[in-house]
Write a protein of this length. Structure first.
Length: 114
């Protein structure tokens, strides 16, 4: 089962922070993902872009729970580095509010704070 990682774009926490990780069958609320926003009948252009959804096709929640670990100062140990604007992954995230890829691709954008 795939794993879903919700990443902050500009919500109440710092950009690129990993907010939560769920298994692939999790149902998102209207304000959490662009897809649920649009499916609820709201225009894509009015989506706030507070969050992006990264779906890891070949891992489950238990495999990636370590990404929610914290440093001694309380900050997340890991964050999601936004791809360059010309990158296909960035374009898909911008256009659809989400992207699905195997972990070896997603892992390039998972950065550990030291």
């Amino acid at each position: 089962m795939p794993c879903q990682i919700l990443v902050s774009n500009k919500s109440s926490v710092e950009k690129a922070e990993i907010i939560v990780i769920f298994d692939g069958d999790h149902q998102w609320g209207t304000r959490e993902t662009m897809r649920t926003w649009v499916l609820s009948g709201k225009p894509k252009e009015e989506w706030s872009r507070d969050f992006s959804l990264v779906i890891v096709s070949d891992k489950n929640k238990a495999d990636l729970d370590y990404l929610l670990g914290a440093l001694d100062n309380g900050m997340n140990r890991f964050y999601f580095k936004e791809p360059d604007a010309e990158n296909e992954l960035y374009i898909e995230l911008y256009e659809n509010g989400q992207v699905e890829a195997p972990f070896y691709v997603v892992n390039e954008y998972i950065i550990e704070r030291t």
